[in-house]
Design a protein around this ligand. Structure first.
Ligand code: F3S
Length: 282
């Protein structure tokens, strides 16, 4: 069987940076916490837990130690609370998410009502929204944008993982709502690039394996777009989940992984597929 790994499978720049910062912090003396899971990979979170990093829902009872801020950021209130408590903060927020937070703050300070294009329930969006000093709306689609009130000055920022088309449609809708509009395209193309590469690969193989956390939205989406082109698509978190029966009559296997999947998990999966293949041919 030929195994083809997508060129940009796995960690994006922001997740790689956050993971490195988290492991470095974990190696130091003292209590270490992360506000929410550092990235959407249960296996990475588990490794950090084994090194003593405790995942917190909120700062609550914590009075000392180091707090790691996850790649998709936290709210300004949570960050402020950590500073007030004089905790050591390792801010692993992805610089692209940080930029979106800064844009929201600057826009609202300049008197713009802010529209954040994204998913209101996503922690990244909740973090971005918290930087607004005035009115802020979260819209997920052009239909929701159509329900926005009329505004004088509108500032638009996007959740980093939004699609360009959705941002475009919301912007068009906002043109009907205000006379002055400022748009910051804060979309990060890491997700889109992974999707493009994965779909190109899914077209040419007989079976597609997508590796990544079941709690990772970008991995789930990656598996969905691949499944549209290749019905023999399977999402897994680890090599142990692979079923040898998936490879019956398969000559080419495509492998890709979400932006929060570490290289060691990808390597283990490839290794396991090789083992299954040699067992088939021996
Ligand atoms: Fe950052 Fe883009 Fe990854 S915003 S965390 S580099 S998907």
């Amino acid at each position: 069987m030929e195994i083809i790994l997508a060129k940009r499978a796995g960690f994006c720049f922001g997740v790689k940076r956050a993971t490195q910062m988290a492991f470095e912090a974990a190696e130091k003396e003292g209590k270490t916490y992360s506000l929410g899971p550092i990235i959407h990979s249960p296996q990475v979170v588990h490794r950090l837990e084994e090194m003593g990093v405790k995942v917190l829902k909120g700062l609550g009872e914590i009075t000392d130690g180091t707090i790691i801020v996850r790649s998709h950021g936290v709210t300004s209130e949570e960050l402020e609370e950590a500073v007030q408590k004089e905790l050591e903060v390792v801010d692993a927020t992805c610089p692209f998410v940080k930029k979106a937070q800064e844009n929201v703050q600057n826009l609202s300070e300049a008197g713009y009502e802010v529209v954040v294009v994204g998913d209101a329930d996503h922690p990244e969006v909740q973090g971005i929204v918290s930087y607004a000093k005035g009115k802020v709306y979260v819209v997920g689609s052009e239909e929701e944008a159509a329900r926005l009130p009329k505004m004088k000055k509108i500032g638009i920022v996007a959740q980093t993982t939004q699609s360009f088309d959705n941002l475009k449609h919301v912007v068009l809708e906002c043109l009907r709502k205000g006379a002055e509009i400022r748009i910051f395209n804060t979309i990060c193309d890491a997700t889109a690039v992974r999707q493009q590469e994965a779909t190109a690969l899914a077209r040419t193989v007989d079976c597609m394996i997508v590796i990544g956390g079941y709690n990772s939205a970008n991995t789930k989406r990656l598996a969905e777009v691949c499944a549209e082109l290749q019905p023999r698509t399977h999402q897994i978190e680890t090599a142990q989940e692979i079923n040898p029966a998936w490879f019956g009559g398969v000559a080419k296997v495509g492998v890709t992984a979400g932006a929060s999947t570490p290289k060691w998990l990808i390597d283990e999966v490839i290794e396991r597929i090789r083992e299954i293949d040699s067992a088939k041919t021996s």
